[in-house]
Design a protein around this ligand. Structure first.
Ligand code: CUA
Length: 363
């Protein structure tokens, strides 16, 4: 969040923000007008009607019609102006307290002192909330301990977050950007640190974000989710399914050297995994066909790292020896940075002993 110059109001970034600001401006203007009017009249009358030494004021006529009209006028007009505040405020209150039926659901758990967010689709985040622009978002909120309050000033809405019960809050973000989340209910020592950021994104950006599965779990766990989501397990055996025989079994493969179809070998490292996801046809493992589709454009760099972490974790689970010294890693890392696929020969310098990849025949 970049530093901003002094500003009187936070961003107005939700569908309701305009009417809340309108009501607020109306209340300030009405108050300012009457404060000024009364102050000016006090001074004016004090001067105009100040007591002179030889002047005795006339008795007040208690039955004056003019006086009664004046009193009615100065009672009814402020009453009307106040009732406008009441009606306007009530209308905003009812709008804010009734989420639209088709709103997108997000789950919020308050906890001393953090916000845990869980998206319906599975993505989890902490102290961050990613949402698409121009969609009604409904938060279903609860607390793990004490009363908190989920407050987004830019959306002009907040609601208490209570232990043992669900409360809701909804808004429709109208401006892409990053906005503060505050806890607006004193909840203990670090209440003031119970803050976060709302990221309002365009729909495509949001979908990408959601697909990347930014989550609470380890990268490997997220990688596993991505692995399943992309359907990798339909061909590749993982720690949780049998090798179907169409593609290499990934269990225990990381860090080994694999024989390729063209007779060369390559080290199964981060770069090779990345390359195989994006350019699956470039280095086919011996004994397999060129059947894997590319996932270029479907997997972000973050997602790729998560997949790599997941494949690594499969190696660990099966007790695979990370026998190869990290010789090839430097070359590979450079290639990864420049975005060019590692050359087939790059990993040949690896001193790792060649390991037979699990082939259908070996099962
Ligand atoms: Cu949570 Cu204050």
């Amino acid at each position: 969040m970049q530093a901003k110059p002094f500003e009187l109001f936070p961003d107005a970034a939700s569908s309701i923000a305009g009417s809340v600001d309108g009501l607020y401006a109306y209340m300030v203007l009405v108050s300012a007008f009457f404060s000024l009017l009364i102050a000016v009249l006090i001074i004016y009358f004090a001067v105009k009607y100040r007591r002179k030494d030889d002047h005795v004021p006339l008795p007040v006529d208690e039955h004056s019609i003019g006086g009664m009209i004046l009193e009615i006028v100065w009672s009814v007009i402020p009453l009307g102006l106040s009732l406008v505040m009441f009606a306007w405020g009530a209308s905003i209150f009812f709008t804010e307290s009734k989420p639209p039926a088709d709103a997108m659901e997000v789950f919020v758990t308050g906890k001393q002192w953090m916000w845990k967010i869980q998206h319906n689709e599975g993505a989890r985040e902490i102290n961050e909330l990613h949402i698409p622009i121009n969609r009604d978002i409904k938060l279903t909120m609860t607390s793990e301990d004490v009363i908190h309050d989920f407050y987004v000033p830019a959306f002009r809405t907040k609601a208490d977050v209570l232990p043992g019960k669900y409360t809701t809050e909804w808004f429709r973000p109208t401006k892409v950007g990053e906005y503060h989340i505050f806890c607006a209910e004193y909840c203990g020592t670090k209440h003031s640190g119970m803050i976060g950021t709302v990221y309002v994104m365009t729909e495509p950006d949001y979908n990408k974000w959601l697909a990347a599965g930014s989550g609470e779990g380890s990268m490997a766990e997220q990688g596993q989710a991505l692995f399943n989501q992309l359907g990798c397990g339909n061909c590749h055996a993982s720690a949780f399914n049998k090798n179907l025989g169409r593609c290499p079994n990934l269990n225990g493969l990381f860090g080994t050297t694999v024989d390729l179809k063209d007779g060369t070998k390559t080290r199964m490292d981060e770069t090779y995994i990345r390359e195989s996801v994006l350019y699956p046809q470039s280095k086919i493992v011996a004994g397999y066909d060129d059947i894997m589709p590319t996932f270029k454009g479907l997997v972000t760099e973050d997602g790729l790292l998560k997949l790599v972490e997941y494949v690594k974790s499969m190696g660990t689970k099966n007790g695979a020896q990370m026998s190869a010294p990290p010789l090839a890693t430097e070359t590979s890392a450079t290639d990864a940075k420049t975005g060019t696929p590692a050359k087939a020969g790059a990993a040949k310098t690896s001193a790792a002993p060649a390991v037979n990849v699990n082939r259908p025949g070996n099962q």
